[in-house]
Design a protein around this ligand. Structure first.
Ligand SMILES: O=P(O)(O)OC[C@H]1O[C@H](OP(=O)(O)OP(=O)(O)O)[C@H](O)[C@@H]1O
Length: 382
């Protein structure tokens, strides 16, 4: 047993990461010798709302359900939706009832982070937008946050173990702690030690706000490290004043001394709004809490068909559904056995066939899909 309070992956795979009432449900169904064939759908909103979100977490959802006697369909990761099902399960209910809790958790949390990542990246498509936020959340979900950030189209991640899990390398240069470890006034020693110590492929980006004026530190960093790639300005909120002005000044003073090729990165409390304010004066952004702390999407799993007959609780729409994307960016919900809209591309595609995963999960392809679909539906274009 781990000394950390972390539900182990095996318990999730076995269906133990469930609300207890599903265990009671299985007991009652067993007692009554009842196991109806159902269609169940995962939905946040029944009808399109105009508020788009990006789907993520489908890889984990597929592995959760793998091996069960069911078929499943889902949107592709990175696909945007604003209503209707994002996932459909068809099979004997008793066999998958206990997986609902973990299934919704996988999709809800990852989709929220991916959606925020997409909003951040869309605010500055030409800048480097990097994920910095796993420090704000439980370390057990670091890989989920980083994978979702990339599915949302972000350009890089910072969590090393999270990167190991998703087979991507974490990036990053220095915290304030490194500069402080060399003592006030000795920032140059810290930057020099960094430059001498770290592998050549690590970008030389100096943190330039620890002790003194940002422009002063940026100039000194550029003079200390001949191959300096960039400076990062993370001015503490209480000292920030006009952050845009600070970044413009840094850019100006670097340029005035011939350091036009030194990039300027901004971090600390960055949101899509601040990115839009700063995108013409910064080359990149470190985004933390805006992505890692995103509120989970409010997904629910609902039975919509029992033994081939429409069924649903009040407030939910019965019948097996399909969702479609039309070229104008419209998201349409219809019954699966009816004609879809003209030129509508069906979005719910096979995920599992009789318990076998029938899909590849490509992070970069998902990120590309998210960015293209965001362009189509106008998400984050403001
Ligand atoms: O505000 P967020 O968007 O969540 O950004 C995450 C963190 O990244 C920056 O810290 P930094 O890397 O400079 O860390 P340090 O102050 O501990 O050195 C910033 O000051 C935040 O603490």
């Amino acid at each position: 047993m781990s000394s950390f309070d972390i539900v182990p992956p095996e318990a999730i795979a076995e269906g133990r990461a469930t609300d207890a009432y599903f265990d009671r449900t299985v007991e009652a169904l067993d007692h009554a010798d009842r196991n109806p064939h159902v269609v169940a759908e995962v939905t946040a909103d029944q009808f399109p709302t105009g508020e788009f979100e990006a789907l993520a977490g489908v890889k984990d959802a597929a592995h959760l359900l793998a091996g069960l006697p069911l078929d499943a369909y889902a949107l592709r990761e990175g696909q945007l939706f604003d209503g209707g099902p994002v996932c459909r399960i068809e099979g004997p209910y008793r066999d998958f009832a206990v997986y609902e809790t973990a299934l919704l958790g996988f999709l809800s949390h990852a989709s929220a982070a991916a959606t925020s990542a997409l909003r951040a990246k869309r605010a500055a498509p030409d800048a480097q937008v990097l994920s910095f936020g796993t420090r704000h959340v439980h370390p057990a979900i670091g890989a989920m946050v980083e994978r979702s950030a990339l599915i949302g189209g972000m350009d890089g991640i910072s969590n090393v173990a999270g990167g190991d899990v998703i087979d991507r390398e974490a990036g990053g240069t220095m915290p304030h702690a490194l500069v402080i470890a060399f003592g006030k006034g000795n920032q140059a020693d810290a930057w020099r030690a960094f430059d001498e110590a770290v592998a050549p492929e690590v970008p030389r980006i100096a943190l330039c706000d620890t002790y003194s004026d940002e422009t002063d530190e940026a100039i000194r960093a550029a003079e200390t490290i001949p191959e300096l790639d960039g400076v990062r300005i993370d001015t503490t909120g209480s000292r920030r004043g006009n952050f845009r002005h600070i970044l413009r000044e840094v850019r100006w003073e670097l340029d005035a001394r011939g350091h036009e090729d030194v990039a300027v990165f901004a971090s600390g409390g960055i949101t899509p709004e601040t990115i839009r304010e700063l995108r013409d004066v910064a080359d990149g952004f470190g985004v933390g809490s805006y992505v890692s702390n995103a509120d989970p999407v409010d997904f629910a799993l609902d039975i919509v068909e029992v033994e081939g007959e429409p069924a649903a609780k009040r407030g939910k729409l019965s019948g097996t559904k399909q969702v479609y994307r039309t070229p104008d960016g419209g998201h349409h919900v219809g019954l699966a056995d009816r004609e879809g809209p003209d030129d509508g591309e069906p979005l719910l595609e096979p995920l599992l066939e009789d318990g076998e995963i029938v899909r590849e999960f490509e992070i970069e392809a998902a990120g590309q899909r998210a960015l293209e679909d965001a362009e189509r539906v106008g998400l984050g274009a403001e």
